[in-house]
Design a protein around this ligand. Structure first.
Ligand code: ATP
Length: 315
């Protein structure tokens, strides 16, 4: 139950009852990857885009910290101290000097290790849900600062929309384009790909003859977002990790081909893969494309989705 609303935020200050937070998956419309830095991260220049594929986290008062789940990855995903939800709740409790007591339940739809940042999405949801449950009253920026320690994509998943990500992805600035809804089909693969492995493969493919150039800001993509034409956006989609994901999972080339054969405007590997996303002209086209992709059997599931979507929100 809502008790009070903040003055300059759409976030209620404190809840006495269960808190339910919905958080989107992300795709990268542009993912430029620089060389490996000394701190172990790669310099990134990316355009994040939040889509309508959601995880949902419910937080209830408790006298210890527990996590249960249902949906994607159940039985596979550890629910112990290694889970990003537990780590996020503990990080918030430590910062706010409150006991980390909550009963958390995850309804997961974002595939595990799919290149859709499901783990970071769940961390973002846990930060917001526990902040509301405990009445710790942090701003989105403060939660993003805590979240950046947990995963590079957490700050974006608190903000949502379409945004530029720099640094190792944790520095986020919104892209203010005219409101346009883009229609996508998410082709979910069987099994995941490890993000660190995909980055290692990229470094290997680049080998010693690769001469790094300064990362360019994604001007073509920014212009395409303003034009609101799917064909123009489709031509501007780019992902430096795609060759590495294809090298580790050559069958993804068949998924991309199947998408184009089915009439997609464009197709790209999402982040580190193995999920592929296809751009459609409109909602009806996305439905048709998803149905056709499913019949080809090249992916586990093909789901229409819209973007941009808001970040983690209480519902
Ligand atoms: P990214 O695109 O951010 O690299 P991803 O979508 O490829 O991530 P995730 O589903 O975010 O992959 O998970 C990566 C790993 O994080 C998982 O294999 C799992 O071991 C760990 N993890 C910890 N907590 C979670 C969580 N709540 N949900 C998903 N993965 C989690």
């Amino acid at each position: 139950m809502t008790e009070a609303w903040g003055p300059d935020d759409d976030k209620p200050r404190r809840y006495s009852g269960p808190v339910r937070v919905r958080v989107p998956a992300k795709i990268n419309l542009h993912l430029g990857v620089g060389p490996l830095r000394e701190d172990g991260f790669h310099e990134l220049n990316t355009v994040y885009h939040a889509i309508s594929l959601f995880d949902e986290l419910t937080a209830r008062a408790g006298d210890t910290l527990t996590l249960t789940m249902e949906g994607e990855g159940t039985g596979e995903l550890a629910l112990d101290e290694s889970n990003l939800i537990i780590r996020a709740a503990r990080a918030l409790a430590q910062r706010a000097r409150v006991p980390a007591y909550a009963r958390l339940h995850l309804r997961k739809s974002i595939p595990l290790a799919g290149g859709l940042a499901g783990g970071s999405a769940d961390a973002a949801a846990a930060l917001l849900a526990c902040d509301l449950l405990w009445g710790t009253g942090y701003t989105k920026e403060e939660l993003a600062e805590i979240g950046a320690e947990l995963g590079s994509d957490v700050p974006f998943l608190l903000h949502g929309g379409t945004a530029l990500g720099t640094g190792h992805g944790e520095a986020v600035s919104p892209i203010l384009a005219r409101p346009t809804t883009w229609h996508w089909v998410v082709a979910v693969a069987d099994g995941g790909l490890s993000t660190p492995e995909v980055y290692r493969e990229l470094d290997r493919l680049r080998d010693s003859s690769w001469a790094p150039e300064p990362l360019e800001s994604p001007g073509e993509l920014m212009t395409a977002l303003r034009q609101r034409k799917p064909a123009v956006l489709g031509a501007a989609l780019a992902n430096d990790l795609q060759p590495a994901a294809l090298s580790l999972r050559p069958a993804l080339a068949e998924v991309l081909k199947a998408g184009y054969d089915a009439g997609a405007v464009a197709g790209i590997v999402s982040g580190s893969g193995p999920t592929c996303v296809f751009l459609a002209n409109d909602a009806a086209h996305a439905e048709k494309l998803a149905a056709e992709l499913e019949t080809t059997g090249v992916c586990r599931a093909a789901v229409p989705a819209r973007g941009p979507m808001p970040g983690a929100r209480a519902v």
